[in-house]
Design a protein around this ligand. Structure first.
Ligand code: IPD
Ligand code: CA
Ligand code: CA
Ligand code: CA
Length: 265
């Protein structure tokens, strides 16, 4: 497998897709809803996914594609080379703010993450990791992560998960929120994972994400020594929805043991 060629192509295409998105800002967005009134998708999400699919099919016809908007392949397994793509992660931000969204691409071989790319289009920040070769922000190497005490941690967490809801007991996460230094919510799982990889956040916790939300982020975070698991501490399943807890090492063990272990996630 020519990973250098795959990497070069992925970087070129993600920048080109970002330019197209930037150029779309003057045009009127066509917005639709999906599973509920707050689950948005636009013509630009769809066009971006189709852009990647046509590029990949042309250059790497034997690679498979799993994309959020469903224009790729239907996959029950991760054999061969699979591109897991979220064309716009943070569509609500894209629609409401025109910022704080990202393109996320994770490239896997037989289920093993090889290349992760997260492109924060408006800030022109490209996070990029190649398994075994390090992680970079706009080509500058990212430092290895080390632990942080709970009392000094700033964690990414959506406030939904500390309100009463039918899925979980919110008091468990509320006690973590009380003990950490602060919480942040950026509205894009990919950006929040890229922030953990670059040390801007110490952890990111969420109850439900799909493979395209975390495929790239987990490669990035693990490449700098971070840890990824479900909230139960189990391995992430890359073909299904999961709860996700990614963080600096050390901190991950402490939070699992002292806070999350008792939850029915
Ligand atoms: C969403 C964002 C959001 C997260 C949601 C995701 P989308 O992805 O990552 O931050 O809380 O669970 O579905 O739909 O904007 O690609
Ligand atoms: Ca979506
Ligand atoms: Ca997403
Ligand atoms: Ca999306």
């Amino acid at each position: 497998m020519n990973w250098e060629e795959i990497d070069k192509s992925a970087k070129l295409w993600i920048k080109e897709a970002g330019d197209r998105i930037n150029n779309s800002f003057e045009k009127t967005l066509h917005i639709e809803t999906k599973s509920n009134a707050n689950d948005l998708v636009t013509d630009i999400d769809k066009a971006t996914e189709k852009f990647f699919i046509s590029k990949i099919n042309e250059k790497f016809p034997d690679h498979k594609i799993l994309g959020e908007e469903g224009f790729g392949d239907e996959l029950n397994e991760l054999t061969g080379v699979v591109w897991i793509i979220d064309p716009i992660d943070g569509t609500m931000n894209f629609v409401h703010q025109k910022r704080n969204f990202a393109i996320s691409i994770g490239i896997y071989e037989n289920g093993v993450g090889k290349i992760g790319l997260i492109y924060d289009v408006v800030h022109d920040e490209l996070y990029h990791a190649i398994k075994g070769e390090g992680a970079f922000l706009n080509e500058r190497p990212l430092r290895k992560l080390s632990s942080v005490p709970v009392s000094e941690a700033v964690i990414g967490l959506n406030s939904t998960w500390v309100t009463a809801n039918r899925r979980i007991d919110p008091t468990i996460l509320a006690s973590l929120v009380r003990d950490v230094r602060g919480t942040r919510s950026y509205g894009s799982a990919a950006i929040e994972m890229a922030y953990v990889a670059s040390g801007r956040l110490d952890a990111y916790i969420t109850l439900r994400l799909s493979p395209w939300d975390f495929a790239a982020g987990i490669i990035l975070v693990e490449e700098v020594g971070g840890v990824a698991s479900t909230l139960k501490g189990e391995p992430i399943d890359f073909l299904n929805q999961n709860s996700v807890f990614i963080s600096k090492p050390g901190f991950h063990d402490v939070v699992l043991k002292e806070y999350l272990r008792d939850g029915k996630w």
